[in-house]
Design a protein around this ligand. Sequence first.
Ligand code: THU
Length: 163
Amino acid sequence: MTWRSSAGQALVKSCGKRFTAFDHLIKRRRALMSLRDDAMKVRENAYAPYSNFKVGAAVRATDGAVHQGCNVENIAYPEGTCAEAGAIAAMCAAGGSREIAEVYVIADSPTPVPPCGGCRQKLAEFAPRDTPVTLATVDGAELKTTVGDLLPGMFDASHMERT
Ligand code: THU
């Protein structure tokens, strides 16, 4: 009896652990799906009359809040802003956590849209190097990378140690 119950308990414990791991995976997948939905939705609000290339970005901060941004162009072309910059500005404006936990960027491109150089540096300002970034197309293609992989050899505070 004792043997059975302890074996049973061990089995329940091991199943429980596996379930927790599985549950965690499902939750992560669900969170990513909703980040995709947010990026897809905000993309519709992009103001891109000059390039006709609409981009949507969603960042999830470490407090769980999701912030969105779209590209906003200008007749004085260099004054336009990228979707990622908009999402980062929204995160700062919200006043909560300013540490990014996950990023999703989407556009109607033939291959998953890569952030421009400036946006890579902007993301690196608020996200640890191992932060997951998903680049996507509206057709459903996805490329998973990280902030660090997007910006190898990045300029950071360590380079200013002598100041
Ligand atoms: N753009 C973004 O918003 N994010 C990117 O990751 C790539 C490029 C915008 C800037 C501009 O409004 C348009 O896409 C074409 O370059």
